[in-house]
Design a protein around this ligand. Structure first.
Ligand code: ADP
Length: 229
C-alpha cells in the first residue's frame, strides 16, 4: 500500500516559485493499476519522483508498506527504493550496453564494489534475467546493444529491468508517449499482465484519457499540483 499524506513540492527557478505538487493526500491499495492524467505541467512527474524518493519533498510524506521514504536516508532509503521499479518515456537504458547487461543493472545496488566495477554478475542473476527476458518477449535479442532496438523493444527491456528488481510497485512516467499505437498497446498489455500475474501496483502518468480508461482501475486527475478528480 502507498500512503501519500499532504505532500508538497515547489521549485524556484529564475526568481519564480512554482508549486508542482500542492498538498496531495491519497491512499493507493496494493495491486491496483492507477493512471494519473492531466495537462503538461500539472505535477504528474513530480508526484511519481516524490513517490520513489528521487526528489525531496518540501512537506508531507509517502509511506510504502508503512515505511516513510520521504524521511529515509542511505541504506534504509535504498531498501525501500528497491521495492519500486520505474520506467520513463525515453526508456533510460544504457545505450551501448547489451539487453542482458541493462536488465542485470537492476542488481547493482546489492553488489560489492569490485563486482560492480568489473561487471561481474552471478550465474543465478544471469539465469533470472534470461527468464525475465523470455517473459517480455526479448530473449532472442539478449546480446544486442540497447541502442539498436526499436522504442517498443527498449521499453520492454526497461520493464524487464524493473521486474528484475523484484519490486512490488511499477511507476511509469508517460511510458508509451513516444511509441506508435501498436507498440503502445503491447507495452500497456504487458504492464497490465504484470499487475494480474504479480499483483504489482502500477502507477502510470498519461496524457491519453482513452488509454487510462481502458487499462486502469482508478484514474486520478491532476491540475496545477492538485488532485481535481
Ligand atoms: P507534468 O509531469 O504534469 O508535466 P511536472 O511535474 O513535470 O508536470 O512539472 C510541474 C511543474 O513544476 C511545472 O510547472 C514545471 O515547469 C515545474 N518543474 C518541474 N521540475 C522542475 C525543475 N526541476 N525546476 C523548476 N521547475 C520545475
Amino acid at each position: 500500500m502507498i500512503e501519500i499524506i499532504n505532500l508538497r513540492k515547489g521549485y524556484k527557478s529564475n526568481g519564480k516559485y512554482t508549486i508542482a505538487v500542492g498538498g496531495i493526500s491519497l491512499t493507493i491499495p496494493e495491486g491496483k493499476f492507477i493512471s494519473v492524467i492531466g495537462p503538461s505541467g500539472a505535477g504528474k512527474s513530480t508526484l511519481l519522483r516524490l513517490i520513489n524518493g528521487m526528489i525531496q519533498a518540501d512537506a508531507g510524506s509517502v509511506r510504502i508498506d508503512g515505511e516513510d521514504i520521504t524521511s529515509a536516508k542511505g541504506k534504509r532509503k535504498r531498501k525501500i527504493q528497491r521495492k519500486i521499479g520505474m520506467i520513463f518515456q525515453d526508456f533510460c537504458l544504457v545505450r551501448n550496453s547489451t539487453v542482458l547487461q541493462n536488465v542485470l543493472n537492476a542488481c547493482l545496488a546489492e553488489m560489492h564494489l569490485f563486482s560492480v566495477l568489473f561487471g561481474i554478475f552471478s550465474a543465478k542473476n544471469k539465469e533470472k534475467a534470461v527468464k525475465i527476458l523470455e517473459r517480455v518477449g526479448m530473449a532472442d535479442q539478449i546480446d544486442q546493444p540497447a541502442v539498436s532496438l526499436s522504442g517498443g523493444e527498449q521499453q520492454r527491456i526497461a520493464i524487464a529491468r524493473a521486474i528484475m528488481q523484484e519490486g512490488k510497485i511499477l511507476l511509469a512516467d508517460e511510458p508509451v508517449a513516444s511509441l506508435d499505437p501498436v507498440n503502445a498497446n503491447s507495452i500497456l498489455n504487458l504492464m497490465k499482465s504484470l499487475q494480474n500475474e504479480k499483483n504489482m501496483t502500477v502507477i502510470m502518468n498519461s496524457h491519453n484519457v482513452e488509454q487510462a480508461l481502458k487499462y486502469s482501475d482508478w484514474i486520478i486527475g491532476m491540475n496545477s499540483g492538485r488532485v481535481v478528480y
